[in-house]
Design a protein around this ligand. Structure first.
Ligand SMILES: NC(=O)c1ccc[n+]([C@@H]2O[C@H](COP(=O)([O-])OP(=O)(O)OC[C@H]3O[C@@H](n4cnc5c(N)ncnc54)[C@H](OP(=O)(O)O)[C@@H]3O)[C@@H](O)[C@H]2O)c1
Length: 316
């Protein structure tokens, strides 16, 4: 009975995910923890930790003993929008090996697709045109990654290994072997001017919202490609369509959208030069993610600070 009283209490409040699978994995990884599922939270003053995704805003403010908040997703912008998010409680983002593997595969696939002009071959097929195009060598293909964090940094390294001429842009200066790095708004135009295939892997913050717009797209060389695997709000939709229609962009692959699911009437669905993917570039896998979360929660229980804490001032 005494040990039952001292078990740490974790509140699970996640919508839009496979809750049964998550609960099974968490019970397996965290047998020492009492798991409560929102809204059956019991006495709110017992709760020390919360695992959240699409939870009711204001909920966390009602937990007076909360020690850490763990996001089930990599992007935390929706949690940061909670006006009552407790200020002093660390917010931890998801860093999951399966997420990284998925993103790495997806970005490599899209870059190779455009590098080998498969978009042109698909159009030629529709026209019954047999045209043997010679692609440039990868060292002559300039790929640029917006964001050099967990995911962008990994993708940049993979593209370097495949022989591409890779550049990356971040907020603060970064050094990644084989990657030309650019930092800050003042170096963004130079980075864009050398980028034939642009990949967006930025977090969504007030400084990165709408970053893909008429002005930034105009810096790219004519006929560039764009791959968005970050957030839909990074892109001004009308500007992207205008760039595709004018030939400034040759094609785009979009995995994320301002509104998801992408509404049936949205022009992206039917645009010849746009490939739509339903936010599947990297999907959190319950087993690996539960293991990562459990390891991080165990750090807290051992009295250490959790890893991957969001910097509230930076917004990611
Ligand atoms: N489509 C999907 O399935 C999917 C799956 C997972 C994640 N995502 C998205 O991918 C995003 C990136 O994830 P991550 O784990 O790689 O993030 P991260 O580790 O936090 O890295 C973010 C990178 O963006 C840079 N950055 C942030 N603000 C910037 C600014 N104002 N100007 C220039 N660079 C800026 C950072 O610069 P510093 O290096 O200087 O800090 C850092 O290099 C997530 O936020 C999420 O939205 C999408």
């Amino acid at each position: 009975m005494a040990s039952e009283m001292t078990r740490p209490v974790l509140l699970y409040a996640c919508a839009g995910v496979d809750t049964a699978a998550w609960l099974e994995a968490l019970r397996c990884e965290l047998p020492q923890v009492e798991l409560r599922v929102w809204p059956d939270a019991g006495n709110l003053a017992d709760i020390q930790f919360a695992f959240v995704w699409r939870y009711p805003p204001g909920m966390l403010a009602r937990l007076p003993k909360l020690r850490a908040i763990f996001s089930l997703g990599a992007g935390v912008e929706s949690i940061l929008r909670d006006p009552e998010l407790p200020r002093e409680v660390p917010l931890v983002r998801m860093v999951d090996p399966a997420l990284a593997i998925g993103m790495n595969e997806f970005v490599l696939m899209c870059v190779l697709h455009y590098h080998r002009q498969m978009d042109v071959h698909a159009e030629n097929q529709r026209q019954r045109t047999w045209s043997r195009l010679v692609p440039p060598l990868p060292q002559d293909r300039r790929v640029g990654i917006l964001g050099l964090g967990e995911l962008g940094g990994l993708c940049a390294g993979t593209l370097v290994k495949h022989g591409f001429d890779v550049a990356g842009w971040s907020r603060t200066a970064r050094a990644i072997e084989g990657v030309h790095t650019f930092a800050g708004v003042e170096q963004l135009p130079e980075f864009l001017r050398r980028t034939e295939i642009l990949v967006c892997l930025l977090p969504l913050t007030p400084s990165t919202e709408n970053i893909i717009n008429n002005a930034t797209l105009a810096h790219l060389p004519r006929g560039a490609y764009f791959i968005n695997v970050a957030r839909g709000q990074h892109v001004v939709d009308a500007d992207l369509i205008a760039a595709l229609d004018s030939g400034q962009l040759a094609a785009a692959t979009l995995d994320v959208f301002r509104e998801e699911p992408l509404p049936a009437e949205h022009p992206f669905w039917v645009h010849r030069r746009i490939t739509v993917a339903p936010h599947i570039a990297a999907i959190t896998q319950v087993k690996t993610a539960a293991r990562t979360l459990a390891a991080n929660l165990n750090r807290c229980l051992a009295g250490d600070a959790p890893a991957n804490v969001v910097d509230r001032r930076r917004g990611y």
